[in-house]
Design a binder for this molecule. Sequence first.
Ligand code: GLY
Length: 400
Amino acid sequence: MQHFKVCGGLLFLCLISCIGCRDSLLQLAERQLTLSARKYDALAAATVDSVNLPRTATPDGKWVFAPPRWWTSGFVPGSLWQLYEYDRNPVRLEMARRFTAKVENEQYNTSTHDLGFMLYCSFGNGYRITGEAHYRDVLLTGARSLISRFHPLIGCIQSWPKNEKWQYPVIIDNMMNLELLMWAFKQTGDSTFAKICIRHADRTIAEHFRPDYSTYHVVSYDTLTGRVQVKNTAQGAFDESVWARGQTWGLYGFTMLYRETGLSRYLNQAQKIADFLISHPAMPADGVPYWDFNAPGIPNAERDASAAAIMASALLELGSFSDRDQRRRYHRFAEKQIRSLSTPRYFAQPGENGHFLLMHGVGHKPHNSEVDVPLTYADYYYIEALMRYRRMAGDRDVDS
Ligand code: GLY
């Protein structure tokens, strides 16, 4: 009896001391990064395949692998690099190197626009953190491969191969691959890289965006005239719908391009996209979007944790470029998203979810592929958002 009284008293004291207080976002970021590092150590240790990379997991925790040429191949190495940067665990450094090496041959791949995702997340983080000359060489070769896909008349880098429907498809996701090119420009001084980025981004502003600043997923161009052929979707609900991850690629891409170029039209574009998303009537209260803002079945449609993670990371950076009121708005929204993603509703328990961090991502709903599953890119941008917040809090550069 006495024992129960003491325990009950302690529990009561704990509850009282917790009322009205919650971890600061910085404390939460530290805790989540520590947990994430443990999960990724387990993921890397369990990967015996010497060629392919974990891509997602089935509900019973079995991995689906991606070959190095698949667009997501850079994210597991990139997450390992970011987590190595967090705690400098030398074992994870070796893992990051091992996983990065798997992607190396993609530097010669001229058949995809995804080289930014594949190489900049893996080799780019590796080079930033270690300064290793070989990593720089790989990135520069990859950047040259990427610009081989630029069409001077159209002014864009081609995303996907032509088919019966599309002569020259360019997807909004492609904005993300420009970071590799801006890096190459700064490394070499060769302005070709920067000029291609600016032409691609300007044409994207002109053709991809609707008046409300939502974006089409796919714009295909006529290769003879350079004019728009059609505007469609591939991964969204329908052509005129607002596919969630596509919006966040645009938000992140223009924020990044403002950082890299200082051109105010990119800041303006990013802020307009952010305002559209934050105030969208179909944005759920926890800040984790449905896979498409026009998805059939809302509010029972699947959420896409990857869109929330990309958006949170982008908003943290965008806030630091914005005036006081906008900055507060963006940072508060990002904080809400990070807190939501860190709850057990989205953040998996240790040993579950194939060792991936986040549950409830949507890859390609119209193909019924990777629906309500872990996604390596959701984890990568979630870790990036935590690291970004931690850095910004250290510099006292964050509003929350
Ligand atoms: N193409 C990249 C994505 O699915 O978002």
